[in-house]
Design a protein around this ligand. Structure first.
Ligand code: BTN
Length: 325
């Protein structure tokens, strides 16, 4: 049986040529009433998508938009045994998978994307700005045999998988990783990850990896992002189909997670060192209400940050880093 695409996805596909389409012909193509067309247009507008509407001519969308499509993504996954869900709008993909796990106790590997998050979560209680249809808001749930302490390196491995994914697009400058969870291009953040781990009674851990990637966002309409940021579209100068990016992300992420599961963080240390934004930089680390200043010296085998403070190298397991200008 051929899976149905959502009305919104089909409507956006029609409007994507930038031309005007009247309600009657849209309704005919989608096999829905004129009033259902109007409701779908209204929904897109409520999500912040700009649609020009002219009496007698119909509706036109002047900015490109391709919505996420489960069938396209699923077909191209190299790891076949993954449940995949795509939402139009939810609070947070991490929160969704956490509740899913609590309610179903089902730890089978699953991933989800959403077009919009109404309560996207960043690290340290920050908000992750998540406008409709622009970016990747993705989470995955899997079971790990690793000990809780070994999972400290997870955010580093996830950042490397994201960097590998973004490097599939030819970028003029290198992508760097910033401890513990940022991917940086030209001193601006393009991606962050937020990972939540629950130890289970059977010695396993249920892991939720949450990834946000700025893909097509060109400006921050609400100026909700406090730190300097960029997006893939800003860098390469063209609109990116998030379905392609989503496939690359899942394929790379599961390769990286498998290697992490089998070989641990040591497998990735060289890759980290090559892309380490902080290495040999004078930094400050905000950690448990303390500020520590020193020179970043890479990571240890647990993924903790090494900082040389007054000639002594110390390791730190958590915190927020900034480079001192
Ligand atoms: C950070 O850099 O502070 C981490 C950002 C993580 C954002 C992603 S978007 C998908 C997933 N769901 C969330 O609520 N947060 C993560």
């Amino acid at each position: 049986m051929k899976a149905q695409k959502s009305t919104l996805t089909n409507l956006v596909a029609i409007l994507n040529d930038g031309k005007f389409h009247d309600g009657i012909s849209i309704g005919r193509s989608l096999n829905i009433t004129r009033s259902a067309v109007w409701k779908a247009i209204k929904k897109l507008e409520d999500y912040g998508i700009q649609i020009e509407s002219i009496k007698g001519k119909g509706y036109a969308m002047h900015e490109p938009l391709i919505l996420l499509d489960k069938q396209i993504i699923k077909k191209k996954l190299t790891h076949k045994n993954i449940e995949i869900e795509i939402f139009e709008s939810i609070d947070s993909t991490n929160t969704y998978l956490k509740s899913f796990l609590a309610e179903t106790k089902n730890k089978k590997t699953r991933v989800c994307f959403t077009e919009q998050q109404t309560k996207g979560k960043g690290r340290l209680g920050r908000e992750w700005y998540s406008p409709f249809g622009q970016n990747i808001y993705f989470s995955c749930l899997y079971s790990s045999y690793k000990d809780l302490s070994e999972l400290a390196g997870l955010s580093l491995v996830v950042s490397l998988a994201v960097a590998k994914t973004l490097n599939s697009f030819t970028l003029p400058k290198p992508l760097l990783v910033k401890w513990p969870n940022d991917v940086i291009y030209d001193n601006k953040k393009i991606s962050g990850n937020l990972n939540e781990v629950q130890a289970e009674a059977n010695g396993m851990c249920a892991v939720i990896v949450g990834i946000g990637i700025n893909v097509n966002m060109e400006q921050d309409a609400e100026q909700s992002i406090a730190q300097p940021w960029t997006s893939l579209r800003n860098i390469i100068g063209k609109y990116v189909d998030r379905n392609e990016l989503g496939v690359l992300l899942i394929n790379n992420l599961f390769n990286y997670l498998e290697n992490f599961e089998q070989h641990g963080l040591s497998y990735f240390i060289n890759e980290w060192n090559k892309a380490d934004k902080l290495f040999n930089q004078q930094i400050t680390l905000k950690h448990d209400n303390n500020k520590i200043g020193g020179i970043a010296k890479g990571i240890n085998q647990h993924g903790h940050l090494l900082i040389e403070v007054d000639g002594v190298v110390k390791s730190f397991s958590s915190g927020d880093t900034t480079i001192v200008k």
